[in-house]
Write a new protein. Structure first.
Length: 507
């Protein structure tokens, strides 16, 4: 007796989180994939302006009570949240790898870097302290205080589903704001899990909300009059749009854009150490990092020696699913992005760069439908080539040969992006000169990816940052609060007359 073929199971819907509710409504639904297999693993509902408005209204309703919660009690929620992140770090890493594709150790490391911002936020009672001056005038005192803004929002990219949101909302919430998070629709599950952990830590409903969606949801947050501030990390084109549209509506905006990070390798550098550093910085997370090193600037005779070291290491690189033990590099986020990166390799060849290692033909046995592209290395790249000018966001490293350190510095400073830069050298003088003169927001000396700790700020300059504020650190506290200054005098008698002259110090 024949039986009908079984129907394929419908992928689960990853919900929005609005207050205490889970919403699965959407104007449309996007697909979430396992990049290692190409399989559809979930459906994500795309919020329209109406649903975004519901999330903002919920956050606005929760704001007065959360604002009035003592900072010490808000800090205790952060302490409990930190403990839960530590407990669930391996599970969060598995969620990240399942939707992004990066290796489990890399995913767990990214959770740790986000957790460090939560640790910083645990000190919020100290960070919110104002200033006091006695007798700025006769019998007049002056006090400043930091107060929350209201409803804040965050829009995060696909490459760091936990770390970048954790750079945003812990400080905002600890400062007394409420928050609406719009994660990348490609990797939505981690933000939902973070919302669950916050609730478990004792955060009241409505203080943290998650809405999924694309450009329409982002614009709805930018246009909503009750959103006071928005933090964004993504491409330069979108960062500029977010900054201009948000600022035009009177919002505070920090918008971090693209990057083309250079690592200068001096002739006196240890080439084995420099090559080791480049392998992780260029090919870690398949190059899908805003702090990836995509250009190695080889000074003088460093080029041939560095190239030999890199070629040897690329031959040993293990590419496969991020869940497999010993994997060095996983897949790219999507088939479309893999095609985009491969097109850049085509362009580099067409423009005359020397293709030393070609990852376009890589096949991973058993994962033929995965979005894999192997480590790629170009040599003799020139500044007029697209592979130098544009952000590729994939496992493609370019070697540019220069004669002197001065030429190397001019090359780095001549790029429109200025997120991070590094130098590898044994010379303290060369390193000091480079750090002082390079135009980049973050600088590494014998450190390939100079991502600061949570108590320093993260951000670039030029077309890598739109707005006046970096993320996390004390700049993050300033971004999510406004300063109020109180000048006070206590009269000794009701008979004292008012003055019609402008008060001056000492009067």
């Amino acid at each position: 007796m024949s039986r009908p073929a079984p129907r394929a199971a419908t992928p689960p819907v990853i919900p929005h989180v609005i207050g205490a509710r889970r919403e699965t409504a959407g104007a449309a639904f996007g697909e979430v994939h396992d990049p290692a297999t190409g399989a559809t693993t979930g459906l994500v509902p795309m919020a329209d302006p109406r649903l975004v408005g519901q999330a903002v209204a919920t956050a606005r309703e929760a704001f007065p009570a959360w604002r009035d919660t003592p900072a010490l009690q808000r800090a205790r929620v952060m302490f409990r949240f930190k403990a839960l992140l530590e407990q669930h770090r391996p599970a969060l890493a598995r969620i990240i790898t399942a939707e992004h594709g990066k290796t489990l150790p890399d995913a767990e490391g990214s959770v740790q870097r986000g957790l460090e911002v939560v640790e910083f936020a645990c000190g919020i009672p100290h960070l919110l302290k104002g200033e006091f001056s006695r007798d700025v005038g006769a019998g007049i005192d002056c006090t400043s205080m930091r107060e929350p803004l209201g409803v804040c929002a965050g829009v995060s990219p696909f490459n760091f589903p936990a770390m970048v949101p954790l750079w945003m909302f812990p400080l905002a919430i600890a400062c007394g704001n409420t928050f609406v998070m719009k994660p990348s629709e490609k990797v939505p599950s981690c933000a939902v899990r973070l919302a669950e952990l916050l609730a478990e830590a004792g955060l009241p409903p409505g203080v943290f909300n998650v809405v999924h969606g694309g450009a329409e949801a982002v614009d709805a947050l930018l246009d909503h009059p009750d959103v006071a501030a928005l933090s964004f990390v993504g491409s330069t084109a979108v960062a500029r749009h977010v900054y201009e549209r948000g600022a035009a509506r009177g919002k505070r905006v920090q918008a971090l854009g693209g990057a083309k990070n250079h690592m200068v390798v001096m002739p006196d550098a240890d080439m084995a150490q420099a090559a080791d550093a480049l392998m992780g910085a260029a090919y870690g997370s398949a190059g899908e990092r805003c702090m990836a090193i995509s250009v190695a600037v080889a000074v003088g005779d460093a080029a041939d020696r560095l190239r030999r070291e890199l070629v040897a290491r690329i031959g040993r690189l293990r590419v496969g699913p991020g869940t497999a033990a010993g994997t060095d590099m996983g897949p790219l986020i999507s088939a479309a992005h893999r095609a985009r990166v491969a097109a850049y390799v085509d362009a580099g060849l067409a423009e005359g760069a020397e293709l030393v290692a070609d990852g376009r033909g890589l096949a991973v046995p058993g994962h033929e439908q995965g979005f894999f592209l192997g480590a790629t290395l170009f040599d003799r790249v020139r500044p007029d080539m697209r592979v130098w000018r544009e952000e590729i966001f994939g496992p493609v490293l370019c070697i540019v040969r220069v004669v002197s350190a001065e030429e190397a510095l001019a090359l780095v400073n001549g790029h429109e992006y200025a997120n991070g830069a590094a130098i590898f050298t044994g010379s303290g003088r060369a390193a000091r000169e480079f750090a002082a003169r390079v135009d980049a927001g973050m600088v590494g000396v014998n450190v390939p990816i100079p991502v600061p700790m949570a108590f320093y700020s993260f951000g670039g300059s030029k077309r890598s940052l739109f707005g006046d504020s970096n993320v996390h650190g004390t700049e993050g506290v300033r971004f999510y609060t406004r300063t109020k200054t109180v000048t006070s005098r206590w009269l000794a008698s009701q008979d004292e007359a008012g003055s019609f002259t402008m008060p001056t110090p000492g009067s």
